[in-house]
Design a protein around this ligand. Sequence first.
Ligand code: NDP
Length: 327
Amino acid sequence: MKDDPIMKQNKKIALITGITGFAGSHLAELLLKEDVEVHGIQRWRSKSDNIEAIKDKIQFHEADLLDAHSLYTVIDEVKPNYIFHLAAQSYVQSSWASPSNTLEVNIIGTVHLFEAVRKSGLPLAIQIACSSEEYGKVMPDEVPISEGNPLRPLSPYAVSKLAMDYLGYQYFESYGIKIIRTRGFNHTGPRRGDVFAESTFAKQIAEIEKGKKEPVVYVGNLDAKRDYTDVRDMVRAYYLSVEKCKPGEVYNIATGKAWKIGEVLNLLLSKSLVKIAIKEDPTRMRPSDVEVLVGDSTKFRNATGWKPVIPFEKTMEDLLNYWREKV
Ligand code: NDP
């Protein structure tokens, strides 16, 4: 049935930027299950560990966000119905060390993508992965945060995502390009980069269990509160966004529940097979940290019917088991 040419004509085509990354790999898996034809851009040096299991089912194209020509060539060749724009310098901490690179990849890279789409003239829909970090400094009476909250970014990364977000608005208003802006709150799960708090905790625990490390977990700020969605719920939301959301609009995607980073650590430690001590590491602290990020995703839920289904305890268990297999 799959090779039937009439069926093939109806098959949706998606192009994912950042397919080799954490969320991109989960999105690719979901789209394949939904019988979408999946294309992804990668750089010559991209590591394919995250997509190893599905790489034969994906069509890869070499392109870089910083090379406008490469993006146009891919879009013109693939002619996708949907673009999921996930590629980014995605790590807040690195944006302090390398602010210019973060702004260049996340802002100029996005302009290159939008211009390539504009030049192609294709009527496709683009989801752009904006971030809860844009809200930055949030007052206690502003929680849970809705889309209308003031944006007070507290890192170069947050500024870069804010600029990308508004570029999405502007390209929709100026040129009618169907851009859907999703402001994802933290998402995590298997394959989460080990630079992120919950993933570095899980990795350290797995290493300690294997006797590869002294029984101490090094931590940064344990007081910050975050709203964690399982990555598999998040990418389902991304897919729903291009099918059901209104172009030009912005949507929070969040569970609405806050977890202190310290609570996340305790949850992971409770699943550990050995006794482990906790030590503060000053290099893991940020110059200015966002204290609390809890999202109100009513607008998105009303538009799409989405709700998260994977409990956080299960997400943490899967993350820990991922590292147990990997280390
Ligand atoms: P990752 O860091 O895991 O993945 C980033 C991807 O971007 C990689 O595939 C990387 O490719 C690609 N990339 C980086 N620079 C370029 C470039 N110049 N040209 C082409 N590709 C490039 O990020 P996540 O999967 O965690 O996040 C996906 C998106 O969601 C990001 O935009 C992030 O900012 C956003 N987001 C994430 C949140 C989270 O909690 N995870 C929260 C809110 C938003 P390569 O393999 O070649 O390095």
